[in-house]
Write a protein that binds this ligand. Structure first.
Ligand SMILES: Cc1cc2nc3c(=O)[nH]c(=O)nc-3n(C[C@H](O)[C@H](O)[C@H](O)COP(=O)(O)O)c2cc1C
Length: 214
């Protein structure tokens, strides 16, 4: 297959459908049942999602991050608090999450507010990361321009030395965000592009359900 032929790539979606007659009132219930299936068929990709932010200059930006928790409060991921995404969130904390579970022909789109989680919760997660990743969090100024790569390696060595024989503490510039959900859309691929789409919108403590055209 070459680039000239990509117009001929066509996938027929046919694995499942949304049962609109039996929808849970609470979208997290549906998320959990889909997520369990995604973990079952492809656990590494199940937790990866596209996170989109918009800068103060209204420039959107997307990148993949990993889901590290889902609770009543929302969806949690971890990152560098001085990264580009964090700078965007500082100015505009409305973000969008996009999961695509290819093997299930399912997509989930979320919008919500990203809020920093507590230092104690970030410490807890950071404490469970591999030591190399912990040292990486100290060494990398995520999203900043690197002039000479050896300087990054030197920083890794420096922090290895500083923490030798000691527990690696969480740097304050690294931690989690929880995205408090405002809308969540469930998409199920269907034959002939007549896909099923179900949108939940939060209205105070209730969730409005709407079926959308594909
Ligand atoms: C599979 C995968 C998982 C990733 N997980 C994370 C993550 O959990 N947190 C993170 O900060 N970056 C993660 N990254 C890197 C981000 O995509 C991105 O390069 C980085 O966060 C810098 O983004 P920014 O400059 O827009 O802030 C991951 C990348 C991939 C491909």
């Amino acid at each position: 297959m070459s680039i000239e032929n990509i117009v001929n790539i066509r996938e027929e979606f046919k694995k499942s459908e949304i049962d609109f007659k039996n929808l849970p009132d609470y979208p997290l219930e549906l998320f959990h049942s889909w997520f369990d299936m995604a973990l079952e068929v492809d656990k590494d990709n199940a937790i990866a999602f596209g996170l989109s932010t918009v800068s103060s200059e209204m420039v959107p930006s997307s990148r993949i991050v990993l889901l590290r928790g889902v609770t009543e409060e929302g969806f949690t991921f971890f990152t560098n608090y001085e990264s580009r995404k964090a700078k965007d969130i500082e100015k505009n904390n409305i973000v969008s999450l996009n999961f695509y579970w290819e093997k299930l022909e399912k997509q989930v789109r979320i919008t919500g507010k990203a809020v920093k989680i507590s230092a104690a919760d970030s410490d807890k997660y950071f404490g469970g990361r591999p030591r190399e990743s912990q040292l990486g969090a100290w060494s990398s100024n995520q999203s900043k321009v690197i002039d000479l790569y050896y300087k990054l390696m030197n920083k890794v060595e420096k922090f290895e030395g500083l923490f030798e024989g000691k527990k690696v503490e969480r740097p304050l510039h690294w931690g989690g965000y929880c995205v408090e959900v405002s809308t969540i859309e469930f998409w199920q691929g269907r034959p002939s592009r007549l896909h099923d789409r179900l949108l939940y919108t939060k209205d105070k403590n209730n969730w409005k359900k709407e079926r959308l055209a594909p």
